[in-house]
Write a protein that binds this ligand. Structure first.
Ligand code: PLP
Length: 640
């Protein structure tokens, strides 16, 4: 069945809603599919008598248990009333909002079946769905997605973006180091590079091609030689030897660096530690105007080549966690391709944990990329040219992280890792037999049914895979369907930006207000300084007090809060010295003196992903209400 084309009414059916307007719909679905599950149990072997006697409920032990369970559930339910009201258009803090009904219903429906996506043995249905989700997301970003033709992308879900980023590091390292293992094992006939440095710098595409050549070569060996060569190569791999032994055996090589922008998420630091590469090998690149500076990247790469310092990957962020800004992915891809012939090979990974689903706005239903002018219809300034160029370049990256549990409006526990060419994944298989053996499962889908071989986790939920899959089927990942949701958030962000400027004009005599940089996507930050103040520390104290009234306070009733926002800081390392001065100047602040504790500026940060920020039916703008609220708070907090 073709999905229904999107109409304005569609949005009204997508979510439970701020007032739980769609309670009847969700309840009907949950009850219907719970009953369905019950019948499934009964119809497995209906001839078996009920194991729990039909009069069990009269037993005192049974009743005592039920009573205890009810009591605890009531207490839990009561305590949860202090939860953060993500569903409300008054919540514009972190990256969370209402949940899409198809996903929520699919997840609840699947939970009692409890599939374990570690392998098909424990999840005959949802493992296939997970492989499909990988292909759906691959199509969204422009990766090749036909499993019958190489190269084809591959993707799987993770617990979140953190683990997806970790998986990207694992894959990049495996690919980089594998040619060294082939050399060390002395494999003939494969056209291996003459020295370790060259072998370590083949770049992801050539390294993947080498994996394929090795597999074919191995398959052609007689059984005894096959086993011996496989063992020999395995023994030389970095994953087997460990970093210490591997680099001791290859003195021409150093532990490679990962280059990421200064605004990169802290999961990159975690990943470097976890993989044993060491946090010191994560090199944070300075930015200009909140985006990775290609000139700084060039300089670093020059230095790396000069010092023979290998680079594992260059990371670009598509939608930064703090500011929603978009790095020049096109420049990263161009740098990768330009440095390869100069002898420095590395992967490009895009951390699109936040921004990934924005790509739906750029995708036609037939899968083609929409021109910028077409995307721009209906927006004030989105997408700025560098954002369109970044989306276009996603297709040329080597791997991507996307979080369905962020802009995919799905429950937590759903991140995704994608790589452009699945053939590299052979290197991550826990048992080489799965992929380098004559009896290895044939065909793309068959191979990945043993998902546990390839992913960082072991047991993992199939229920949230079902949620992601069903959501992508109900709302295909193009601008006509799913794209309606990010379109709404970008419109809200543009409206928020305009309101912020009007607000700044309104309160000019009391507080200077600035939007430090125009939004790339759907996060908007606002900076404050009481008129007459020139001290950053005073301005920061003011912003912190404003934020204190916008944050969750578990000791106070939820209803005491009118709105929820979040706070972040602006640092000269991200804006550039000139950019920082421009903003401080506009706010009437003096630059921090050398050695000042506070060289950064505290600002309010707003995530505009709630679909009801502009209430079409009641003619209410929660954005306008928010700025009225801020105006009152400013007057109350301003130093007399
Ligand atoms: C949220 C986020 C992450 C981490 O994802 P989790 O799902 O929280 O593990 C990584 N990178 C970026 C850019 C993010 O926004």
């Amino acid at each position: 069945m073709d999905p229904t084309p999107a109409t304005p009414g569609m949005l009204d059916a997508c979510f439970l809603g701020p007032y739980a307007e769609n309670d009847g719909l969700l309840e009907k679905l949950v009850v219907e599919f719970l009953r369905d599950h019950v019948y499934w149990r009964r119809n497995f072997h209906p001839e078996d008598p009920p194991a729990i006697p039909t009069d069990a409920a009269f037993d005192p032990g049974y009743r005592a248990f039920e009573a205890r369970m009810r009591r605890e559930l009531h207490q839990l339910s009561a305590a949860l009333k202090k939860s953060v009201p993500f569903h409300s258009p008054r919540y514009i803090g972190h990256m969370a909002s209402d949940l899409l009904l198809p996903g929520l219903a699919a997840q609840i429906l699947t939970l009692p079946y409890n599939p374990n996506n570690v392998s098909e043995d424990a999840a005959p249905v949802t493992v296939d769905l997970e492989v499909e989700v990988g292909l759906q997301l691959a199509r969204m970003v422009g990766y090749p997605h036909d499993p019958d033709r190489d190269p084809c992308a591959f993707g799987h879900l993770t617990s979140g973006g953190t683990l997806a980023n970790y998986q990207a590091l694992r894959l990049a390292l495996a690919l980089k180091a594998f040619p060294i293992a082939l050399r060390a094992a002395g494999v003939p006939d494969l056209d291996l590079p003459d020295d370790d440095w060259t072998a370590f710098n083949l770049g992801p595409s050539a390294a993947t091609a080498l994996v394929v050549r090795w597999k074919d070569w191995l398959a052609a060996q007689p059984a005894g030689a096959h086993r011996a060569w496989k063992a020999k190569v395995e023994a030389e791999r970095i994953e087997r030897r460990g970093l210490v032994d591997f680099f001791a055996a290859h003195p021409d090589l150093r532990v490679p660096w990962v280059l990421a922008p200064i605004t990169a998420h802290y999961s990159w630091s975690k990943g470097m530690k976890l993989l044993g590469l060491g946090r010191a090998q994560l090199r944070l690149m300075p930015e200009r105007d909140m985006r990775l500076d290609p000139a700084a990247l060039q300089e670093t790469l020059e230095a790396c080549l000069r010092l023979r310092q290998p680079v594992l990957a260059a990371v670009g962020v598509f939608g930064t966690t703090e500011y929603g800004t978009v790095d020049p992915i096109d420049a990263l891809v161009a740098a990768r391709d330009a440095w390869l012939p100069r002898g420095l090979g590395f992967s490009v990974h895009v951390d699109a944990a936040w921004g990934g689903y924005l790509a739906t706005l750029f995708r036609e239903p037939d899968g083609s990329l929409r021109p910028r002018e077409a995307v721009a219809e209906g927006f004030a300034r989105f997408p700025r040219p560098h954002v369109h160029a970044a989306v276009e370049a996603l297709a040329a990256s080597d791997s991507i992280t996307i979080d369905p549990h962020k802009l995919g409006y799905l429950p937590y526990g759903a991140g995704a890792f994608l790589c452009r060419d699945h053939r590299a994944m052979a290197l991550l298989a826990e048992s080489a037999d799965y992929v380098f053996h004559d009896h290895a499962p044939r065909g793309y889908r068959a191979r990945y049914r043993n998902l546990g071989q390839f992913i960082p986790e072991g047991s993992k939920p199939g229920a949230n895979v079902a949620a992601v899959y069903v959501t992508h089927k109900v709302l295909p990942l193009d601008h006509v369907h799913f794209g309606q949701l990010p379109a709404q958030t970008v419109r809200a962000a543009e409206a928020f930006h305009a309101e912020a400027l009007a607000f700044a004009a309104r309160v000019r005599d009391r507080v200077r207000v600035e939007v430090p940089f125009p939004p790339d996507s759907n996060l908007v930050c606002v900076a404050f300084n009481p008129v007459g103040n020139r001290d950053i520390a005073v301005a920061n104290a003011f912003a912190r007090r404003l934020h204190d009234e916008l944050r969750v306070d578990p000791r106070a009733p939820l209803q005491d809060r009118s709105f929820f926002g979040s706070a972040t800081t602006l640092r000269p390392q991200a804006l550039g010295e000139a950019g920082m001065h421009r903003i401080l100047d506009a706010l009437g602040l003096d630059p921090a003196a050398e050695g000042d504790a506070e060289d950064h500026l505290v600002i309010l940060r707003h995530t505009l992903m709630n679909p009801w920020l502009i209430d079409r039916h009641n003619g209410i703008s929660y954005i306008a209400l928010y700025f009225r609220h801020l105006e009152q708070r400013i007057d109350a907090l301003r130093p007399a």
